[in-house]
Design a protein around this ligand. Sequence first.
Ligand code: SF4
Length: 265
Amino acid sequence: MKIAKDGIFPITKDQHGHPLPISPASGLDIPGTIQGEGKLCGVPSLFIRLAGCNLHCCWTLPNNVQVPCDTSYAAYELQNVQTKSVNDICSLVLQNTDSIRHLVITGGEPLLQAQELEQLCEKLKKERKYHITLETNGTLFDEKVARYIDLFSLSPKLSASHSSCSGKPLFSVTTIQNFIRFASSCGKDFQLKFVYSCKKDAEEIRQLLSRLQGWKPEDVLLMPLGATPELIRINTREVLTHCIRNGWRYCDRLHISLFGNKTGV
Ligand code: SF4
């Protein structure tokens, strides 16, 4: 599978259980970190970051600062991508999750590698019955992968992400509805997590939600754009206001306040 550089993180052992020569970027001498965003914010987790994305996001903040995708190294700047087999990824995960039950599969867009992802999830579930979160931009649905997922974290990209040349949001209502319908029919959870960068985002979110069924306001999370506390602060007040008005959840980026703007944490 194609994974981002150091795409299984944070870890302290190789796939055979031998200690790695360098400590994880978290600065802690143990494998694992916490989920920094969403319904499972604060839950100890290990991340698997797959490489490649079908979108190419870049935002412009109200102060005209351009903010690229904060995981561009996993999405479209792919010079440091690694290839690992399903078995090797699984071994690395097993060696680094003594007390960790939650795995987060993220990207990039993980469902671009749906076939191998299905094999990986099947193997991981068989080995330890992990709780698996799938972080996806919601443009691709694959039922064979979905069977193994416990929490679908859908992050549809709005027009301000400049993912689409037409200026329209780049998501399919049908695809997002498929995720929600599947989650509801199997007793799994989902969240709709939106990045907020400017005023028109809130209206686009309301329009999207009006076309979807089977969600509750507390399934909707709004998160200020930015990978640093300074950038996050620009939109914090507006995000709070929209959340309180609409009953949506305010979504923090706890890993940034805990570890700073770093990869691998
Ligand atoms: S969809 Fe996500 S991973 Fe892909 S380019 Fe946009 S922000 Fe980055």
